[in-house]
Design a protein. Sequence first.
Length: 118
Amino acid sequence: MSSIYTCPHCGKKSFNPLKKAFAGQLNSPGKVCIECGRKCVNGKGATIFNAVYCILAFAGMVVLYLNAPKALGTEYEWIAHYEMLIGIGIIASMFVIPKIVNAFFFRLSPAIRIDAVK
Ligand SMILES: [Zn+2]
């Protein structure tokens, strides 16, 4: 039974959510499969999600920066007070969200970086 935790090289279910979360994207060195010793990364789907999420998060930062001052004196005044915290939260989410998504979604791919091949 093939799952998202199946190694693309040997077909064994050698990954778990934590290991998969830190296997990185197509452009990273990847993690070694304990069954066959070859390296795996999160595939194209995860890489695209990561790129899209970073763009959205960055857009969110710009929107926040431009609109936070306007929130003063309105029912959304808390946005202006917590602008800094919200910004930090968005930046932190750019690191955390793709890892969570990698842990539970998308298939693994063979690592393609030259230095990942021995
Ligand atoms: Zn393997």
